[in-house]
Design a protein around this ligand. Structure first.
Ligand SMILES: CC(C)(COP(=O)(O)OP(=O)(O)OC[C@H]1O[C@@H](n2cnc3c(N)ncnc32)[C@H](O)[C@@H]1OP(=O)(O)O)[C@@H](O)C(=O)NCCC(=O)NCCS
Length: 244
């Protein structure tokens, strides 16, 4: 399946898709440099923003010790975005199979998504509600300052936040759509579809392309993204480690 998609996207200039091989490192060294901690070539997000970290692109042993020093002793390192394996004294914490999905080049999003007036932009004042919704729905990692990575949109019913989604990683030319979640009592009403479509419209409007990551077991979300037009690009292994 992934090969077929690669084939279909062969018109993409190679550097366009190459950044999707290390979206965390590309974001930390680029668009999100202001939200990064760095030591040598190693980089990681500020802890309240995200637990993602990236060793140097070369990832030799000195680079791994830079990353370990940057994060501190016994710290959690979420390294889903690269296949590089840390030294054996880094304790594996979890491993989970997933996939990276991308918006096909040249495909426009539904025109009405760009003018969906039922969506609200979420900010610092909404963080307690966002954290509560994330705790109830488990869309993936989300912290008190994650919303600073990009635009987060929500849907309120009776004043209560029932669904949200937002922008996370920003490798050059791409924006990741993330934290897609709907409260259990509000599912099946098209909330997630509206939010993802609106975010995709915003991304495309600035001449970037949307992409996202999803766990392989999350068949409901994969079906939703496929229905909206996303295609699977590659398999990804989400991996977390504890530093020595
Ligand atoms: C995946 C998720 C975001 C979908 O949210 P949602 O607002 O229900 O999504 P939508 O209503 O836009 O689309 C869901 C689809 O399932 C259908 N559906 C019907 N009943 C449903 C129900 N009780 N629950 C969920 N979906 C239902 C909907 O009709 C829709 O299909 P359609 O587009 O063919 O009509 C939501 O289930 C969720 O929060 N899951 C947990 C967090 C998560 O896994 N997030 C994704 C991380 S990558």
């Amino acid at each position: 399946m992934y090969e077929a998609v690669r084939e279909r996207h062969s018109t993409l200039r190679s550097q366009d898709a190459a950044v999707l091989e290390d979206p965390v490192g590309e974001s930390l060294r680029g668009h999100h440099a202001g939200l990064a901690r760095r030591l040598g070539q190693a980089a990681a997000y500020l802890p309240e923003v995200a637990s993602f970290s990236a060793p140097s692109p070369a990832a030799g042993s000195a680079d791994w010790s830079d990353l370990a020093r940057l994060l501190g002793r016994g710290a959690f390192a979420d390294m889903f975005s690269r296949r590089a394996t840390p030294p054996p004294d880094w304790e594996p914490v979890f491993i989970m199979e997933g996939r990276q999905m991308i918006w096909p080049g040249g495909r426009p999003v539904q025109a009405r998504a760009a003018i969906d007036t039922g969506l609200v932009e979420l900010g610092a004042a909404d963080v307690p509600e966002m954290l509560d919704l994330v705790a109830r729905t488990q869309p993936g990692p989300f912290w008190s300052r994650t919303h600073e990575l990009g635009t987060y949109l929500g849907i309120r019913t009776g004043g209560r936040l029932v669904a949200m989604a937002g922008e996370r990683l920003r490798p050059p030319g791409w924006t990741e759509i993330s934290a897609v979640c709907t409260a259990p009592e509000a599912r099946g009403r098209g909330h997630a579809a509206r939010l993802v479509s609106a975010l995709a419209a915003r991304v495309l409007a600035r001449n970037e392309r949307p992409f996202l990551h999803v766990a392989e077991t999350n068949t409901a979300a994969i079906a939703l993204y496929e229905r909206l037009g996303f295609e699977s690009r590659t398999q990804v292994t989400f991996r977390g480690f504890r530093t020595p």
